[in-house]
Design a protein around this ligand. Structure first.
Ligand SMILES: [Fe+2]
Length: 156
């Protein structure tokens, strides 16, 4: 099985916050699944993968936005706006795909470029800004703590 366009997880994508990195890896995995489906010309599975990708990404964004607020990150609002713009952009592609337009390749390229860029620029920025606070929050794995409450709230 070969997929030339697959995103490889490289160390420069690691924020150093495991819970965030694992969520990002899962999004990368969805994007790679999408790439594979496109290269195998399995149009019927593109839609379902895309739905899962969007669903999971929205959960991840909500989790990340809540974490930023919890940390008192000063640019939480603009970061949230970037997420919202991205969700709208993807929704437009989803509509076109459902309408039978051949946008899968273009969408896949956009997703790959956007995610890598967003992690390296925007996510790295907030993590480095509030790292000690994030660490203390995510290191508390106790039941009823922020982490366990938020994972339960945003991910089903
Ligand atoms: Fe983000």
């Amino acid at each position: 099985m070969s997929n030339d366009t697959a995103i490889a997880w490289t160390p420069d994508l690691n924020t150093g916050i495991d819970v965030i990195d694992n969520q990002h890896k899962r999004i990368v995995d969805y994007i790679n699944q999408l790439g594979l489906a496109i290269s195998l010309r399995k149009r019927d599975v593109v839609g379902p993968i895309l739905d899962e990708l969007v669903d999971y990404t929205i959960s991840h964004f909500a989790f990340e936005e809540s974490l930023q607020e919890e940390c008192g990150y000063q640019y939480a609002k603009p970061h949230k706006a970037v997420h919202e713009m991205f969700v709208k952009r993807v929704a437009k592609f989803q509509e076109k795909h459902s309408a039978g337009e051949d946008v899968a390749l273009q969408l896949h390229a956009m997703l790959s470029t956007w995610l890598v860029h967003h992690i390296k620029r925007d996510d790295m920025a907030y993590v480095s800004d509030v790292r000690p606070r994030i660490n203390s929050i995510v290191d508390n794995k106790k039941e009823g703590g922020w982490l366990s409450r938020s994972l339960g709230k945003f991910f089903k």
